[in-house]
Ligand binder design. Structure first.
Ligand code: NAP
Length: 322
């Protein structure tokens, strides 16, 4: 590695968006460098959120389903097969003020960037906010979930809980009533934050129950979720509930701290891309996947936008450098 190491395309992040961008740019002979991140905790690993998932049944092409980590390993191997280079490091700083753009690994105070890229694809994803309780991460995919669309199907006939009081929690709870026998929304206050129309839908749904002014204090289970402890805040009383599903829906945080002040973002931190494209406010920097999508947040939509970013980058390089 040296400061003169200038790449056509550097992809930051290795979930379905980044790896799909890598497959496409590699097949376009652009020899992409993917900086995939490095494992720092259960919730923060190369491969993104699918590394925390068990079975994925809604990614087209796998009629019997596929395990999340296996799907990501396959995408990674596919990108490498076409010439993508994968670096298991974390990016510590970027400089998008001049081209070729600077990307630092390791010491962010180093005077020279580790790599320079003619174009950059940002695919650093988002993470679900979690309650921070013991067992919570360990039981993801074994009763604990952060995605009703992905996992609802596995809870046919169960009694399950959804934590949160915003639109996500209420929407997920309503969706989950298609499968579960009962869905209990556990909210820390006595009124929902969700929009009125979503609230009305949930309040009128006979399968949805509420535990108001309550927080989850313990997640129980060895190999799968066996129940949760819930504290009623005004009385301080704690009760154990034998739920076999727990959906945590208390919000998401896009991984965009690295780009503050350089890429335009919404107050919520999601990167802003031009409608119908992956272009950011910086010419030559593209964004794809959950880092710029607060709505769909699916592996397949992330992969689709990764393909768009690769094509956008390829055309931009062609028009700009040649
Ligand atoms: P949100 O609006 O930030 O709501 C998060 C909810 O989780 C709040 O009710 C909050 O409680 C609760 N919460 C936060 N931290 C918690 C903790 N540590 N323990 C227990 N509860 C906690 O997030 P969101 O529901 O994911 O929605 C994000 C954005 O997407 C919103 O703008 C929303 O309108 C939008 N959205 C729209 C739709 C739709 O229109 N179909 C669907 C989903 C999301 P408090 O209320 O007490 O703060």
């Amino acid at each position: 590695m040296s400061a003169s190491d200038v790449r056509d395309v550097i992809i930051i992040g290795s979930g379905p968006a980044g790896l799909t961008a890598a497959v496409y740019t590699a097949r376009a002979n652009l020899s992409p460098l993917i900086i995939e991140g490095e494992p720092s905790s259960m919730s923060d690993q190369p491969g993104g959120q699918l590394m925390l998932t068990t079975e994925v049944e809604n990614f087209p092409g796998f009629p019997e389903g596929i395990m999340g980590p296996e799907l990501m390993m396959n995408m990674r191997a596919q990108a490498i097969r076409f010439g993508a280079e994968v670096l298991t490091e974390k990016v510590t700083k970027v400089d998008f003020s001049a081209r070729p753009f600077g990307v630092w690994i390791g010491d962010p105070d180093a005077s020279e960037p580790t790599f320079r890229g003619q174009s950059i694809i940002v695919s650093t994803g988002a993470r679900s906010l979690m309650l921070g309780l013991e067992n919570e991460y360990r039981l993801i995919g074994h009763g604990v979930s952060t995605c009703a669309t992905c996992d609802g199907f596995f809870f046919r006939g169960h009694h399950i809980a959804v934590v949160g009081g915003g639109d996500s929690a209420v929407e997920e709870a309503t969706f989950l009533t298609k499968f579960a026998d009962t869905v209990t929304i556990i909210h820390r206050r006595d009124e929902l934050r969700a929009s009125k129309i979503m609230q009305d839908r949930a309040l009128n749904n006979p399968k949805i129950k509420f535990l108001w002014n309550s927080t989850v204090t313990k997640v129980n289970g060895d190999t799968s979720l066996s129940g949760i402890d819930v504290q009623h805040l005004p009385s301080g009383e704690t009760t154990t509930h034998p739920f076999t599903g727990l959906f945590v829906a208390i919000g998401h945080k896009p991984n965009t701290d690295l780009f503050a002040g350089q890429l335009d973002m919404l107050p919520s931190g999601y990167l802003i891309t031009a409608p119908g494209s992956t272009r950011t406010n910086v010419d030559g920097v593209f964004a794809c996947g959950d880092v710029q999508d607060s709505i769909y947040r699916q592996a397949i939509t992330a992969a689709g936008s990764g393909c768009m970013a690769a094509i956008d980058a390829e055309r931009w390089l062609e028009a700009t450098l040649h």
